[in-house]
Design a protein around this ligand. Structure first.
Ligand code: G6P
Length: 606
């Protein structure tokens, strides 16, 4: 989604801004721009499309200033074109904005009556004019007055030509992080933008603002109360956000999974006692034993991880679990009883629906535990306790390694909660033994990438695809279908295999490939029946089976095998071929795998 960068104090301000914008490309965007406070005036360039278009439009001779702001826009109000791209300018004010100004229409009328003229269809331009309208020589004051009257969500960066050594940032509902350097300070919506320049960061909270000058940064609330914020250190490296020889980030991240799964459980398992230690869960054994119900809140791929978690937690911890779309949960009247634990799952930790659902759950008295990847993200900071999945930065818009790490953490939680009640030490030990083997087994599935590519070649031209799974692999059918839709734009649906008879079977014909996850478990015989039903209607079958399976293999057009493991750990293996299948199909179709159209990495607007 939209990205913000800002810098003050560097003679290379423009090139650092451009580099920062490139680092934010992964979030998804449709236009970009920057503004530099130059000695001869304000230099503003905006272009539709990719950053390369912006780069091509820059006249480096004019980009002399040491202070500026930049933006990647993901259109909400007004189509993606050059005029609607940010920065928006009013007089000497330049502004970039993430979020939505809800009362922009009323404000626009008031400002128009005062003589302001508008060029774009954006809500952001209204805010630029509002700040300009309040300006009487003090940008800090003008921003504070303007933000006092706007309704809605924002993360902003603002400059004024008369104060060419100042960038102001402020947030309400949209993330902003300050990078503290020596003589140069940075502002961004995502730490990735400032990697390579500083590791010292300050995360702003809602209702806070910051002034950046070359000599230092100062934080206040938007209503001008001084606050002291802690400076934190970024722990990851630049090479983690580079492709490292892979053609796409998504492929790199798929192949990182043996390592990222290992990183998720590393230091957290106690094999001797069949137990688990998750330091961030600040619940006593007594509290863990008294969890009566778990509500999982998430969106997208994280929601699918939550569904796998439902199977694991009910099986091993014997706690009733509901998995809710965060967007639905927050707009109804959820019943939170004593003993309710909310698990809030979000890779980015910034998805607005998940964040707001978490706030609603807290308000209603639930204990809230965040499962996030991004340290310093809003969900990580606002949840009462939590667990980091340690998957490292995920750049590809379609989530892969974060999913398997989320499932790994949920598996650990199932053991942790189970060991406080029903689960024996022997069983716990056995489960952990199987869990630590998974990274090597994942590698065995990854080794089949070329064979999966061959299957992809057969189906890349199809228009529809059905994914079937049962039990703990039903959510994997949903996730496989989501991966294909997201990056190849082929219509795909995931279904519990037995539900096929209640509708989707009507669609089956030779043009409908059906991907079936048919690993050896209690419902294996039933799934054989489902495969036969597809075959009888000439559907094409791609099956994911356990090594050594011959029965389903004989009924299938294509077979991908996964090594044997405990039934409840199979999702961590069965999802891998589906990620690879989607990836190869999208590449064959020539799609932009890492930045699929219309999608954003973190959805920070409702
Ligand atoms: C977006 C992304 C998905 C992601 C979902 C939830 O739609 O494109 O890949 O699964 O948001 O994101 P989160 O960061 O909360 O896990």
């Amino acid at each position: 989604m939209c990205g913000i960068v800002g810098i003050v104090g560097s003679p290379n301000a423009a090139s650092i801004l451009l580099e920062g914008l490139k680092r934010l490309e992964y979030r998804g965007y449709d236009s970009a721009g920057l503004a530099i406070m130059g000695p001869d005036g304000q230099y503003v360039v905006k272009e539709k499309g990719k950053i390369v278009n912006l780069e091509a439009a820059l006249n480096w001779d004019e980009l002399k200033g040491t202070c500026g702001i930049g933006h990647t826009r993901w259109a909400t109000h007004g189509p993606p074109n050059q005029i609607n791209a940010h920065p928006h300018v009013s007089g000497k004010v330049a502004l970039v904005h993430n979020g939505i100004i809800e009362n922009h229409a009323a404000l626009k009328i008031q400002l128009t009556n005062k003589g302001h003229e508008f060029e774009s269809q954006t809500d952001t331009e209204v805010l630029a004019h509002l700040i300009d309208d309040f300006y009487d020589g003090d940008l800090v004051k003008a921003v504070q007055l303007a933000l006092a009257v706007v309704e809605g969500a924002f993360g902003i960066a603002v400059t004024h030509l008369d104060e060419p050594d100042l960038v102001i940032g402020a947030r309400r509902g949209s993330p902003l992080v300050v990078g503290v350097g020596e003589g140069v300070n940075y502002l961004a919506s995502d730490v990735a933008a400032m990697m390579g320049h500083t590791r010292q960061v300050i995360y702003l909270d809602d209702g806070e603002m910051v002034t950046l000058r070359p000599e230092g940064v100062q934080t206040t609330t938007i209503d001008n109360k001084k606050i002291t914020k802690a400076i934190e250190e970024i722990t990851w490296d630049l090479d983690q956000i580079q492709k490292g020889g892979y053609e796409h980030f998504m492929l790199k991240e798929i192949f990182e999974q043996p390592q990222t799964i290992r990183d998720s459980f590393r230091g957290r398992i106690l094999p001797e006692s069949g137990d688990v230690k998750l330091g961030g869960i600040e619940l006593t054994d007594w509290e863990l034993r008294n969890i009566r119900r778990i509500i999982i809140l998430a969106c997208g791929t994280s929601w699918h991880a939550g569904l796998v978690g439902e199977y694991l937690l009910e099986e091993y911890a014997h706690i009733p679990v509901e998995v809710e779309y965060a967007s639905e949960f927050r707009y109804r009247s959820p019943i939170i009883e004593p003993g309710t634990l909310c698990l809030v799952i979000s890779q980015s930790g910034e998805t607005i629906d998940t964040l707001e659902a978490m706030r609603e759950a807290k308000r209603k008295g639930a204990k809230v535990l965040g499962i996030t990847n991004v340290v310093g993200s809003t969900i990580a900071r606002e949840s009462e306790c939590g667990v980091f999945i340690h998957a490292g930065p995920e750049i590809g818009v379609a989530s892969t390694k974060a999913f398997t790490s989320q499932v790994t953490i949920l598996a650990l939680m199932a053991i942790l909660f189970g060991r406080r009640t029903h689960l024996s030490a022997d069983r716990g030990t056995q489960m952990l033994k199987e869990l630590v083997k998974l990274p090597d087994l994942v590698q065995k599935v990854l080794d089949q990438s070329d064979a999966i590519k061959k299957i992809a070649e057969v189906y890349a031209g199809h228009k529809n695809c059905l994914y079937l799974g049962r039990g703990v692999n039903f959510p994997i059918a949903l996730e496989g279908a989501l991966k294909l839709k997201e990056i190849s734009y082929i219509h795909a649906e995931g279904y519990p295999a037995a539900e096929m008879k209640h509708g989707p079977i009507a669609l089956i014909d030779p043009d409908m490939p059906v991907v079936v996850i048919a690993t050896k478990d209690g419902s294996y015989d039933k799934i054989v029946g489902n495969v036969q039903e597809v075959r009888a209607r000439d559907g094409k079958i791609i099956s994911i089976v356990t090594e050594g399976d011959t029965e389903i293999a004989a009924l299938s057009d294509h077979v991908i095998t996964i090594p044997e493991t405990m039934n409840f750990w199979t999702p961590l293996l069965s999802v891998i071929p589906l990620q690879l299948l989607a990836y190869h199909i999208a590449v064959i179709r020539g799609e932009d795998v890492d930045q699929p159209r219309n999608l954003a990495k973190a959805v920070t607007v409702e």
